[in-house]
Design a protein around this ligand. Structure first.
Ligand SMILES: [Zn+2]
Ligand SMILES: [Zn+2]
Length: 457
């Protein structure tokens, strides 16, 4: 859920009078390759008489039917949420909870076509827990509940996603933020899209920090002209034409400090529908690609499916006559509801996305005729690419640890000529078509397809 919905639910469920409370909400499904996620959409607050708060909270069948009909009309499912004011951490269900939820599981699924989602909010530490119900009335526990905000907060189900055991090789890492934050972030499933100079650096460092589940995704092979930037790739990798993801996986496994690292390479483009479904299985995504189409896909996914995407890039401004350098500018930003998307941020040109999607960015005749603004200009170099990886990793630490209580800082720009870092005041456009799709999940617009699939259109 977004932090906005989390706050709204707190107001409703954590009552000042010390009584436990209940409410209903709608959710959209987000179906990945292996993971199914429910994205909370709207709170359906009870009308007078639809629920009573007295010792044990109770509610009327009419309230449930009203919410289910409202959800079904929008193609959504229903969630029933209640609080345990003295609870801490992942909550089990009381017999009353299980009875109440189970008794509506069949009805709700018959009306909406989607399973009933039950959620509990613990009053002491605000941890969430969640389960869905099969239509026959069996609970299926979630492995975690994510709050997509300036700080990514995850309530973990320790039974399904146990905390990885701290290793003696991680002492220095843990000393930076303590065991709780380490246990929380090392359980995140992290995907790095694009393993060029930046993505490879980020992926290896995540593995060294103890993150257990990391995947890299890139369709390309190592070529000789990559060797001045892909630190760790060899001449032999280039002559064999090894996939970049294979080289990355090898280097990540060598660096990994987790007890049982799960490191996977996907040799595919995130623009491919199958790869897009895989991306939906992850909790945080690093966008280390420069192609406009791939960046547009990730830009959309951050909002439609509530997966924070950390994006960045560098622009090197050399004098045209090859006599020196004017500047280099590094931009980094977290894409998430409440922050401007890549288009509003002026980091993605929708016209270029269309050209890339039509397969024309690989067409030398088209590039030559289209002028200097198309293609090139964003190639990284070994001495400067760490600026981008450090920017992305700083954003990641802000997201998971909020140093000094400060979460995601918003869009940043580092200028090499003056060595200055600016906070940019980019705002979301009120008509932004990307940011109007927050939490729509499987109803997302289709941006994926075969390369050049629109050529004949
Ligand atoms: Zn309860
Ligand atoms: Zn936008």
């Amino acid at each position: 859920m977004t932090e906005t919905i989390d706050e709204l639910l707190h107001q409703h469920l954590l009552r000042a009078d010390g009584q436990e409370d209940l409410c209903l909400a709608t959710y959209a499904p987000s179906t990945g390759s292996r993971r199914w996620t429910a994205l909370l959409r709207d709170v359906v607050t009870p009308k007078p008489g639809e629920r009573t708060v007295h010792r044990n909270v109770s509610f009327t069948g009419d309230y449930m039917v009203r919410a289910a009909v409202q959800a079904a009309a929008a193609g959504l499912g229903v969630a029933i949420l209640h609080s345990h004011l003295r609870g801490r951490g992942w909550q089990r269900m009381s017999p009353w909870d299980a009875d109440a939820e189970q008794s509506y599981a069949h009805l709700v699924e018959a009306i909406t076509g989607l399973p009933l989602l039950g959620m509990t909010l613990a009053g002491v530490d605000q941890a969430w827990s969640a389960r869905t119900w099969t239509s026959t009335g069996t609970p299926v526990w979630a492995e975690g509940v994510r709050i997509d905000g300036g700080q990514l907060r995850v309530s973990w189900n320790d039974h399904l996603r146990p905390s990885p055991r701290a290793q003696d090789t991680q002492q220095r890492t843990i000393s930076a933020w303590g065991t709780t934050i380490q246990a929380d972030f090392s359980r995140l499933r992290i995907l790095v899209v694009g393993v060029g100079s930046v993505g490879l650096d980020v992926a290896v460092r995540l593995a060294a920090a103890g993150v257990q589940h990391i995947a890299v995704m890139d369709p390309d092979i190592v070529k000789r002209l990559n060797l001045d930037r892909l630190i760790g790739a060899t001449r032999r990798d280039a002559s064999l034409g090894r996939p970049k993801v294979d080289v990355a996986v090898q280097l990540m496994r060598a660096a990994a400090t987790a007890e049982q690292p799960d490191i996977v390479g996907h040799r595919m483009s995130v623009c491919d529908p199958e790869a897009h479904a895989i991306a939906l299985d992850y909790d945080v995504i690093f966008s280390c690609v420069d192609r406009p189409w791939a960046r547009a896909v990730l830009n959309s996914l951050a909002y439609t499916d509530l997966i924070p995407v950390l994006d960045g890039g560098i622009g090197i401004d050399a004098f045209d006559d090859g006599t020196g350098m004017r500047n280099a500018t590094v931009r980094t930003h977290a894409l998430r509801p409440g922050r401007p998307c890549m288009v509003c941020n002026k980091q993605l040109d929708p016209a270029l996305v269309q050209i890339d999607r039509q397969g024309l960015l690989d067409d030398p005749h088209y590039i030559a005729g289209a002028g200097p603004d198309i293609g090139g200009g964003h190639e990284n170099v070994a001495l400067l690419s760490p600026n981008v990886s450090v920017g992305l990793l700083n954003l990641f630490v802000s997201l998971i640890a909020a140093p000094g209580g400060e979460p995601d800082p918003g869009p940043l720009r580092f200028s090499l000529s003056t060595h200055s870092l600016e906070h940019l005041d980019h705002r979301s456009s009120p008509t932004c078509y990307v940011e109007q799709t927050v939490g729509i999940g499987d109803a997302r617009p289709t941006l994926t397809g075969a390369p050049g699939c629109e050529q004949s259109a």
